[in-house]
Design a binder for this molecule. Structure first.
Ligand SMILES: *Cc1c(COP(=O)(O)O)cnc(C)c1O
Length: 370
């Protein structure tokens, strides 16, 4: 069960950095721009522009993006934050790190996205924020979430880590609430090694984000300590990669679409009884970052594909499976994704011939099985 890949194996995700990233980095070093400075500013400005947003703040990770977003909303001890039960645990941990409590809400039966019908009954006097997660480019129902937030005077922070440049009818995901948070870690659309970036339309929130990411000071020549913050600064070294990766985002988006259509056509044609693609709404602008499938015999198929040199990523566990995140409540819709979901090899630099090989191996498994 080693996750270390041999060179002839196909990994579940593939992303690359090239000469252009390296030369932009060399330029920054030559200009002595290594910590947060003009290159970070250039990256933030280009990212904001790409999403038609006025403000962006880059930070150390997508997780910290969520953390500073909640800090800028004033979330803290005694507050409750609504989080979907299906997400990378970072969404919940950001709230817990601030001393807030997490209120889990189940997802829809067909897609692992927060079920807005179940949000209202979970709101208490302590609820301060809702964190919709646009998992794998799929939009949460933002119109309804904004309505609920307005009724109850709540902040909305979008976890858009898996939905950079993905859209719904209203536009880009991550731009439809108080703050949108993105990740720049390797298994995301574009990467700076580690990193995260936050966008907002609100000038006050922008100022707060800048403050909390730098110990509450505007610059390091302050004459007194104004408010609690921490060092969550991005670096010009990372920003050098980010600027080039951002330029390459269009070609990456094209490749992700190409991979999705390839799998989607092949699975439709084969009609395997043991595997079902979890669809993404391409028509409305959603971008499938990963190829997620449901498989009723997941461990058998994973073992078989592993013997074929193919690495599969099983779905993340639902948050309610950890006792520090849940006590005794059940989440029936989440359970199917928890038990059956997995990710087939994909990623913006996954060679198309690897996709062919995965499909070939699925046929092999099907014939062995019957
Ligand atoms: C990747 C991810 C994060 C956290 O991003 P990091 O940059 O890895 O800290 C948060 N939420 C979701 C849904 C993610 O997929």
């Amino acid at each position: 069960m080693s996750s270390i890949l041999k060179t002839n194996q196909i990994s579940w995700w593939r992303t690359t950095f090239g000469e252009e990233e390296v030369s932009r980095l060399a330029e920054a070093v030559a200009e002595e721009h290594v910590s947060q400075g003009p290159v970070t500013k250039e990256f933030e400005d280009s990212f904001a522009k790409a999403l038609n947003m006025p403000y962006a703040v880059a930070t150390t990770s997508g997780s910290v993006a969520l953390l500073i977003a909640l800090m800028a909303c004033g979330i803290g001890r005694g507050d409750e934050v609504i989080v979907p039960n299906r997400t990378w645990v970072a969404t919940a941990h950001a709230a817990l790190m601030l001393g807030a409590e997490v209120t889990l809400v189940d997802v829809e039966p067909e897609i692992p996205i927060i079920d807005v019908e179940q949000i209202r009954s979970k709101i208490t006097r302590k609820t301060k924020a809702i964190m919709p997660v646009h998992l794998n480019g799929r939009s949460a129902n933002m119109v309804e979430i904004r309505n609920i937030a307005k009724e109850h005077n709540l902040h909305v922070v979008e976890d858009s880590a898996q939905s950079m440049f993905s859209k719904n009818q209203q536009g880009f995901l991550g731009t439809q609430s108080d703050i949108g948070c993105f990740s720049l870690s390797p298994a995301k659309l574009i990467s700076t090694g580690q990193g995260g970036i936050v966008v907002t339309k609100n000038r006050n929130i922008y100022d707060l984000l800048k403050l909390v990411a730098n110990h509450g000071v505007v610059d390091n020549f302050t004459d007194r300590w104004i408010q609690l913050g921490f060092n969550f600064k991005f670096t010009d070294l990372q920003a050098s990669f980010g600027i080039v990766q951002l330029k390459r985002s269009e070609e990456r988006i094209d490749r992700l679409h190409e991979i999705y259509s390839k799998y989607s056509e092949a699975l439709q044609q084969a009609d395997f009884p043991f595997i079902k693609l979890l669809p993404v709404n391409i028509g409305s602008g959603e971008l499938p970052l990963y190829i997620e499938v449901l498989c009723s015999e997941r461990s058998e198929l994973m073992n078989f594909l592993s013997s074929e040199g193919i690495q599969i990523r099983p779905s993340l566990p639902s948050l309610d499976t950890s006792d520090y995140l849940n006590n005794q409540e059940t989440f029936p819709n989440s359970k199917i994704f928890n038990d059956q979901a997995m990710v087939l090899p994909c990623g913006p630099d996954q060679p198309m011939k690897n996709i062919d090989k995965v499909i070939e191996s699925l046929y092999k498994y099907a014939s062995k099985r019957s």
